[in-house]
Ligand binder design. Structure first.
Ligand code: GTP
Ligand code: MG
Length: 429
């Protein structure tokens, strides 16, 4: 027997569940997630328990209270800020007489809504199916449209077995398709690697301002929105870093605390881009109170996908919203992607992280070395130029080792180390 589920409404009561006094509690973030999914939050409740109630997760008193609340505010959805077993979810749904959605399902929904590229859509569908697979029990199916028709069910196969089999087959097909996309992506990565192009990947919590910073730095126009998970699909653009030349910058999906595992799994390919990049630019929203916890969450996901060893530059964004003394994470670079404050220092820090030497070099070029002079300018490595008596030029150059080695290999070019001088950002172009 199959229950018909209630439709997903847009007016929700949030039910926060705290099972342990020590558990970190992110009521605000959950509300943001709901809002980002286009849901109106019409009510909010908190249930604290020592242990999960086997039947509804929360106790019977709370269930009744939730039902009254739903009726009173005319809600048609209960969003539970926790994970539940399929049985608990169904029982609660029956008791409160409206659809019940867990935190994981809410995030999956947001992702499904945001995915634009073929790859993104495949990844989201894979995550949804993997999630559904863990929740198929008798009398409870998320895949109503896949209920068996005549001829679909194998001999002796129950409805449940049929659902499991169809799910399994679809998952395999998706994984195959994703495999092809990943191989193409790998080719792109290898091509960049061969050509020596370096990549900087933006990472950070959702809504930290990664896309805004990306747009400002690369003059791109990736959609920026005050909602969670505005960006799902990776975008890449060229960026010139003085002394390094052109690098590729990648904007990707943001993180959130307790990112559902099915999602981390499905988005492995996207996240693996991070592992393959030369530098991570970790953008932290300096205007939120719990930025330390968010930083820890991001580092946790990076560890999980094997990107913990990639060099990282951390930057506090939204400095325009915070008075100086209040900024968290002391000694961290601070910028405002919105006003542009601090961006020169940031670019300088990226350059140094990519190996631009702290001390400039004096380069003596004979008159015939116009080509060398041109590529040094192209790489943004020239701080100063003087004409020498013999018609050649003397350049003051600050560059990474690759460029310096290229110079050292060029015939009739002489290099001389200079002492420390002010940073690029404070010198005229
Ligand atoms: N005041 C202020 N707001 C900013 C700044 N940078 C970004 N924002 C705002 O923060 C919100 C989120 O910005 P996004 O750039 O979309 O954030 P994101 O990190 O790309 O978010 P996801 O794509 O969801 O991971 C937007 O409303 C931006 O306008 C800043 O420096 N100052
Ligand atoms: Mg974004």
């Amino acid at each position: 027997m199959f229950f018909d589920r209630f439709d997903v409404g847009r007016h929700a009561v949030l039910l926060h569940v705290r099972l342990d006094d020590t558990e970190t509690f992110d009521a605000q973030e959950f509300g943001e997630l709901a809002r980002s999914a286009g849901i109106d939050v019409v009510g909010e409740m908190l249930a604290s328990r020592r242990q999960a109630h086997p039947r509804w997760l929360v106790g019977s008193g709370k269930v009744e209270e939730a039902r009254d609340h739903v009726i009173a505010v005319e809600a048609n959805l209960v969003l539970v800020n926790a994970e539940m077993t399929p049985g608990q979810q169904r029982n609660l749904e029956v008791a409160v007489e409206c659809r019940v959605m867990t935190r994981t399902e809410l995030i999956l929904n947001i992702f499904a809504d945001r995915a634009r590229t073929h790859e993104g859509q495949l990844q989201v569908e894979l995550a949804q199916l993997k999630h559904a697979q863990t929740r198929l029990i008798r009398g409870w199916t998320h895949l109503d449209r896949q209920k068996g028709g005549i001829g679909l069910r194998g001999a002796g196969e129950t409805q449940l077995e049929l659902d499991q089999r169809l799910l399994g087959e679809r998952i395999k097909t998706l994984q195959k398709k994703l495999g092809r996309v990943e191989r193409r992506r790998g080719q792109g990565r290898r091509r960049r690697h061969r050509s020596g192009t370096r990549t900087i990947a933006l990472v950070g919590y959702t809504n930290a301002g990664k896309s805004t910073l990306f747009n400002t730095l690369t003059s791109a126009d990736v959609a920026v929105q005050d909602r969670l998970f505005a960006t799902l699909d990776p975008t890449m653009r060229k960026l010139k870093i003085p002394g390094v030349g052109d690098v590729v910058m990648a904007d990707t999906v943001g993180f959130v605390s307790r990112l559902p595992h099915t999602l981390v799994d499905a988005f492995k390919a996207t996240l693996e881009e991070l592992k393959g990049s030369d530098l991570l630019l970790h953008v932290v929203d300096g205007s939120v109170l719990d930025s330390d916890r968010r930083v820890a969450d991001v580092l946790e996901v990076l560890k999980e996908i094997g990107a913990a060893s990639v060099p990282m530059v951390t930057v506090l964004n939204k400095s325009d919203l915070v008075t100086k003394g209040e900024l968290p994470l002391k000694d961290t670079l601070r910028v405002s992607a919105r006003t542009g404050a601090g961006l020169e220092n940031l670019i300088d820090a990226l350059g140094r992280a990519l190996g631009v030497e702290g001390c400039p070099i004096e380069v003596m070029l004979p008159a015939a070395q116009g080509k060398t002079r041109a590529w040094l300018y192209e790489a943004g490595a020239v701080l100063d130029e003087q004409t020498a008596a013999d018609g050649g030029v003397v350049l003051t150059v600050r560059a990474d080792n690759r460029l310096l080695n290229r110079l050292r290999r060029t015939p009739r070019v002489f290099l001389r180390n200079l002492g420390p001088v002010p940073r690029i950002s404070s010198l005229p172009n």
